[in-house]
Structures are given as structure tokens and as C-alpha cells.
Design a protein around this ligand. Structure first.
Ligand SMILES: [Zn+2]
Ligand SMILES: [Zn+2]
Length: 160
């Protein structure tokens, strides 16, 4: 059984599969993971459908289609979740994703905002690199703290 691309450690069938197929994500983390899986698998329609109206207007399909093909997705770390449970109207996910673009490793940290509209979670917007620094993973030593902010050593986290 294949592990889910979202790095949850669960099988795809037990993780993002049903959400991608239309079951409402119960929490912001579940939506976040399913959107990451959609990026990995090139499911642009799903990414667009899970954007709130403002985000959907900004979502540029041809551009996403172009870059999504060039990206070699390496992983997702969920660092912190604020609200975003089944009873909430809003939620925030602090996360980092890792990818390779033309062979170069790259890590981006974001804090994404989600809102619940008619019982479904939608992505609203995000603050990119909230600490104001973009980290290029090639400069990181194996024993350095992981740039994703997990507080683990790079070799035990995204560098493994
Ligand atoms: Zn998943
Ligand atoms: Zn990491």
C-alpha cells in the first residue's frame, strides 16, 4: 500500500484519498494535507476548488500548471496548528514544504489561513516565509537544525 504523498505516514487510501474525492475535510490540517497531495499529484482542479473566493481569483491556473510540472515535491512538515478544528470557523497552519526545482533543493515556510464556509474548509491566504528568510537547503549541514522549523536535526527531518 502506498504511503500518502502528504507525509502523514498513513496509506493514501486512509488519508487524503476520500477528501480529494469530495468528503469535506474535518480540520484545517486535513485540508492542508490534501492540498499538498494535490500539488504532488498535479490535481490543479482540487487546489482551485479548495480556495476561498478571494484566493480563487488570484489563483492562476496556467502558471500553476507550468511550475507544478517542474517541481519535485520532497515533503511537508506541519509545524503548528491554531484553531481549525471541527467547531471552528477559522484556522491557521504553520507549515514548511520542501521541493527540488531543476535539481536544487528548496524549502518554503508559510502560515496559511483557512476559513469554513457552509461546513467546508477553504484556503484563504498565506504569509510566506513569516520570519522573512528563505532558506536554501543545500547550505545546511546534516547536523544543523532543519530549516522547516521542526527543531529536529536536518538529517533526522527533511534531509533524511
Ligand atoms: Zn494524506
Ligand atoms: Zn524538516
Amino acid at each position: 500500500m502506498a504511503l500518502c504523498p502528504c507525509c502523514s505516514g498513513y496509506a493514501f487510501e486512509e488519508c487524503c484519498a476520500s477528501i480529494l474525492a469530495g468528503t469535506p475535510a474535518p480540520t484545517v490540517v486535513a485540508l492542508m494535507r490534501s492540498r499538498y497531495t494535490a500539488y504532488v499529484t498535479g490535481n490543479i482542479d482540487y487546489i482551485e476548488q479548495t480556495c476561498a473566493r478571494n484566493a480563487r481569483e488570484e489563483f492562476n491556473c496556467p502558471e500553476v500548471e507550468r511550475y507544478i510540472d517542474e517541481m519535485d515535491w520532497q515533503g511537508l512538515d506541519i509545524l503548528r496548528v491554531t484553531e481549525g478544528g471541527a467547531e471552528d470557523e477559522r484556522g491557521f497552519v504553520d507549515f514548511a514544504f520542501h521541493l527540488k526545482h531543476k535539481g536544487k533543493p528548496y524549502t518554503q515556510r508559510e502560515i496559511a489561513t483557512f476559513e469554513r464556509i457552509d461546513g467546508r474548509w477553504y484556503y484563504t491566504d498565506s504569509e510566506v516565509n513569516p520570519k522573512g528568510k528563505t532558506v536554501h537547503a543545500e547550505k545546511i549541514g546534516r547536523n544543523d537544525p532543519c530549516p522547516c522549523g521542526s527543531e529536529k536535526k536536518y538529517k533526522k527531518c527533511c534531509g533524511s
